[in-house]
Design a protein around this ligand. Structure first.
Ligand code: 9WO
Length: 254
């Protein structure tokens, strides 16, 4: 998948993706990253890309022309059908479902704002979608773009090792993840749940599914409400709830 990122800070974007799973995917050619700097399309000698807001107020606004020219170049260089996405808190909330849909395309153009934002007329003309990664304000869209690319790269066939397939990810199944443990078997008085050391793979699978369902029920009931549960899953969740309700009063929340 080709990523084209429009940013005033191309080095920062590159650095964020340079290590781990994303770094390997880029080196292997599963994904590629090109950056387009509006400063290179500035109309004056000094490379001015921002100006004062009409209507007054603090801060600066990214100028239409340099951003527009950078978007045009990115669009031209990107595969047919690539969407231009602006990252902002005003966008549609991003989720795994939308990422899976986006991963089916060969390319994606990500537009990163700085300052107080980008002249609205460019957004109206040249942006296909606006995405938010959460209800908070950053100092620019670059971190959000890196989040989007990281989540997409994990979905590309071959990006993850055999033992870490994306379908296994909790969110791929609409549930939160189960707890994980490694050695030692007892750490500061806390044991690893017995079933995980039993070698009974059926029992382990059931325990993990029950934990995933139970945690989702307790922490994110909104996720469960949107997901159909199979009869097996309903039974496992009921086990968890029964267990939960029969705990001694004041027992540990987890
Ligand atoms: C800055 C600012 C300063 C004073 C008063 C109001 C203000 N609003 C902003 C602002 O929203 N700046 C944005 C910074 C402009 C667009 C790029 N920036 C950004 C993107 N911050 N946070 C995001 C973002 C993107 C995706 N998901 C969550 C947050």
């Amino acid at each position: 998948m080709q990523f084209h990122v429009i940013t005033l800070f191309p080095e920062a974007v590159r650095q964020m993706l340079g290590c781990g799973v994303t770094g390997r995917a880029l080196k292997a050619g599963l994904a590629s990253l090109r950056t387009w700097n509006p400063r290179d399309y500035a109309e004056d000698e000094r490379g001015t890309v921002d100006d004062r807001p009409f209507g007054g107020g603090p801060g600066m606004v990214m100028m239409a022309e340099p951003v527009s020219l950078a978007i045009q170049q990115a669009r031209t260089a990107s595969p047919q059908g690539s969407r231009v996405v602006y990252l902002s808190p005003q966008g549609r909330p991003l989720n795994q479902h939308r990422l899976v849909a986006a991963a089916r395309n060969d390319g994606l153009v990500l537009l990163c704002g700085r300052y107080e934002g980008i002249d609205e007329r460019v957004l109206a003309d040249q942006v296909d979608e606006e995405w938010s990664i959460g209800d908070y304000v950053l100092s620019g869209g670059e971190l959000a773009a890196a989040v989007v690319m990281d989540a997409l790269i994990r979905l590309l066939p071959g990006a993850l090792g055999k033992n870490e397939s994306a379908e296994q990810d909790s969110f791929m199944q609409g549930l939160l993840d189960c707890p994980h443990y490694t050695r030692p078997e007892r750490w500061r008085g806390q044991p690893v749940p017995q079933v995980l050391r039993s070698g009974d793979h059926g029992a382990i699978e059931n325990w993990r599914k029950r934990q995933a369902l139970g945690r989702t029920w307790r922490r994110r009931p909104d996720l469960l409400a949107r997901r159909q549960l199979s009869e097996d899953e309903q039974r496992l969740l009921q086990d968890y709830i029964d267990d939960y309700n029969s705990r001694p009063r004041g027992a540990d929340e987890e």
